[in-house]
Design a protein around this ligand. Structure first.
Ligand code: URA
Length: 437
């Protein structure tokens, strides 16, 4: 096989054979294809697309680029959730421990920031000493003891995605139904999941900006996963504004801790967690239906059992033993903190989530180039949601930056990302839009 021939086929809008895609996925994993070829591959797929058969073939090839886990029956029912990515989407941090508290086993193999969106691993690594790189043995032991682990795809699991993901992050090649499907499902199928719930985001802060595109992505994900033997359904959820009211790694962990401990519950985050968790418990056979499952998740959040499991997970993965009680002292803080207030009165009618995400990346909260170090403390907090009636001088959000110059740039980005109008918005978007099964 020859990488150049595969790239020429893709460039010309033809789908390479399953064997050719398998060879390319192996080459991603073992270095036989160069970085330039990886970048060209991603751009060609974004521009020309793969056929449905090509998408399935690439997904399975990337799954098989490494080790595929298997779970023995008789233990906790295994289930997981994955989001297609958004702004202030820290649901996984609440959901993994809540599912574990309800009796599920959750081997959550997560990603880093991608394009303008944040990544679960980067968020968790804002917790001092937290380790996301666990061996398979350690992952299994943690699942037995605690019920959940949130980890990176090790060199053993879907290594092809690890390389392609890092290249897509910095080459403007994320927005592709084929690449998103192959990326998410290669990891999830390699984790040997029998059940999976997907959160397909739609709106200005998502990769899919229209409901039609989100439906197509949800359909591709659900059909590919079910076809590969993993019981899967998807919720299409709103990303026309940040999910939590913060965007940035440590800042989102703070929102999670406030919600988990009940000190300041973020309603949209709470509702998304219950809806996705209800669906996950149903798929895992731990609830008769999604409504019952959502009730179980709510209880685990309310009675503190999810918080307890979260604390155990942080300790098991190298973080502070007292994190649930002392998170405010343990998380890093920025040196420059600036309130951004409304110049004139108005209602928040729209938010450009993509621009907010890029503002966080530009402050150092994401990567501009592969391998860049992240500044976990930077980002935006207290983001006013759509529909807020702001008086002149009232808070739009707070910028957390490393320097005054970075705060200036972030302030300009926030001001142009927020649209204020004289009248309230006609529609305040619903959080859960559709279910695809
Ligand atoms: N999450 C992933 O793991 N991969 C994508 O491509 C998008 C979201």
């Amino acid at each position: 096989m020859d990488a150049r021939a595969i790239l020429v086929q893709l460039r010309d809008g033809q789908t390479p054979s399953a064997d050719a895609l398998r060879w390319f996925a192996q080459g991603l994993a073992n270095g036989a294809v160069s970085d330039a070829q990886v970048g060209a591959f991603a751009m060609a797929v974004v521009q020309r697309g793969l056929s449905e058969a090509g998408r399935v073939a690439l997904t399975l090839a990337m799954r098989d680029s490494g080790h595929v886990l298997a779970w023995k029956s008789g233990g906790r029912p295994i289930v997981d959730k994955h989001s297609t990515g958004g702004i202030g989407d820290c649901t996984s941090l609440l959901l993994a421990p809540a599912l574990a508290a309800c009796g599920a086993g959750v081997p959550m193999i997560s990603g880093r920031g991608l394009g303008h969106t944040g990544g679960t691993l980067d968020k968790l690594e804002s917790i001092p000493s937290f380790r996301t790189g666990l061996s398979e043995v350690a992952l299994r032991a943690q699942l037995d003891q605690i019920g959940c682990a949130i980890v990176s795809a090790s060199g053993e699991i879907a290594p092809a995605d690890r390389r392609l993901y890092a290249v897509r992050d910095v080459t403007g090649t994320v927005e592709s139904i084929d690449l998103i499907t192959a990326s998410i499902l290669s990891k999830k199928l390699a984790a040997g999941l029998p059940a999976l719930v997907l959160d397909v985001k739609v709106g200005s802060g998502a990769f899919m900006k229209t409901l039609g595109d989100a439906r197509a992505l949800a359909r591709a994900l659900v059909d590919t996963a079910n076809g590969a033997g993993c019981k899967t359904s998807a919720l299409i959820t709103d990303m026309s504004q940040p999910l939590a009211d913060a965007a940035g790694n440590a800042l989102e962990v703070m929102v999670v801790m406030e919600t988990l401990t009940g000190s300041n519950v973020n309603t949209r985050l709470w509702d998304a967690t219950c809806a996705l968790g209800g669906e996950a418990l149903r798929l895992a056979g731990l609830a008769p239906d999604a409504a019952n499952g959502a009730g179980q998740i709510r209880e685990a959040l309310e009675d503190g059992s999810a918080a307890e499991v979260f604390g155990q997970m942080v300790a098991a993965q190298g973080g502070p033993l007292d994190f649930v009680d002392r998170w405010a002292d343990r998380l890093p803080a920025s040196t420059v903190i600036r309130a951004i207030t409304a110049d004139a009165a108005g209602y928040v009618t729209a938010i450009d989530g993509h621009a907010l995400g890029l503002a966080v990346v530009a402050m150092g909260g994401g990567r501009q180039r592969e391998g860049d170090r992240i500044n976990p403390a930077v980002g935006l907090s207290a983001l006013a949601p759509i529909g807020t009636d702001l008086a002149r001088g009232e808070l739009i959000c707070v910028v957390h930056a490393a320097t005054e110059a970075a705060a200036d740039r972030a302030e300009a980005a926030v001001r142009s990302a927020y649209r204020l109008g004289e009248k309230p918005p006609k529609i305040v978007p619903k959080l859960i839009l559709e279910r695809v099964a």
